[in-house]
Write a protein that binds this ligand. Sequence first.
Ligand SMILES: Cc1ncc(COP(=O)(O)O)c(C=O)c1O
Length: 393
Amino acid sequence: MFNSLKAQAPDKILALMGQYRADPRPEKVDLGVGVYKNADGLTPVMRAIKTAEKQLWEAETSKSYTALAGEPAFHAAMAEMVLGADYPADRLACLATVGGTGACRQAFELARMANPDMTVWVSNPTWPNHLSILAFMKQEYKLYRYFDNDARAVAFDTMMEDLQAVKAGDVVLLHGCCHNPTGANLTLEQWGAVADLLEAKGAVPMIDLAYQGFGDGLEDDAAGTRLIASRLPEVMIAASCSKNFGIYRERTGCLMVLSDAASKDVTQGTLAYLNRQNYSFAPDHGARLVTMVLTDATLKADWMAELEEVRNGMLGLREQLAAELRQLSNSDRFDFLARHRGMFSRLGASPEAVEKMRVDNAIYMVGDSRLNIAGLNTKTVPLLARAIIDAGV
Ligand SMILES: Cc1ncc(COP(=O)(O)O)c(C=O)c1O
């Protein structure tokens, strides 16, 4: 029967990684895959995580199953990090998931169980996995325009125009911060306007929060999510620990669902049911490390300090790149790079220009001209700036 299978198109970003690995040029620069890298091109284990791992190795006496929905201590630590210390525990159901991707998948499943007729509204562009998961689930989705390609900024009026068509019970997927792939984010005022609109429509916001701490800081990056959570009766939040704790391969994420207090227990039970049907228990190791880091004052302070180093490093590279390009182009048309936040920016280059940079300069970025700022260092920034100008961007 397996000869009936059709070949799946390879994941474009993973294919690019393979191409990069095969390139013999020593000066090659990888701005493709969405992984944080330091100035030496490494993705280190964060200090607090390493310490927590040592402590856990000493203290852990069993690897028996945990709770199906994950440990309550993990839920509480994540809820506090994302929603703040005064989060509404009486309305909040939580699920440990297989990374942020698992949280997104379970959120779509939950929403579909609650309302089989819903449409999911997704920003155009978005993280490609959102669309491929929805397509795989045969879940109807619609795109709302998000990015102004000329200004390299959020096309807010157009976005709001498109969201006028949202119906009661639809799910509207928003990136909590550090929009992937564009790097362009809503202001707090715009989050307020989105909250007004979704409230009026009776739609359910779903916030994908994969980069908390990578943009403007842990608190500021959660501000939009917190505003939505304080205003809307029903909210889903898919939080990933992959980037901000640097534990990509541990597959750690958390789905949080706000409902009315009377529905909380059934929602919580349904979340556990979804884990059971899909993979039973989510991985525990990363969730346990995150809980340890967030609940131990010393570990937490060290983690926050290192996260700030990571964030400020990326901001410095953004500013350096914008300054180089200002000089080379004799214009401010690349200043958006310093305004964008997170690991990614969409450069707005044509596929031909992206290919030219790969062929001529061994610079690898995704075909839609998304570049990973963390793939740069102070020495490669001038090379990229030169290549951008030479490619006629
Ligand atoms: C927008 C967005 N959401 C979710 C994720 C999920 O990441 P993970 O499943 O590795 O936690 C990512 C990772 O690249 C992402 O960019």
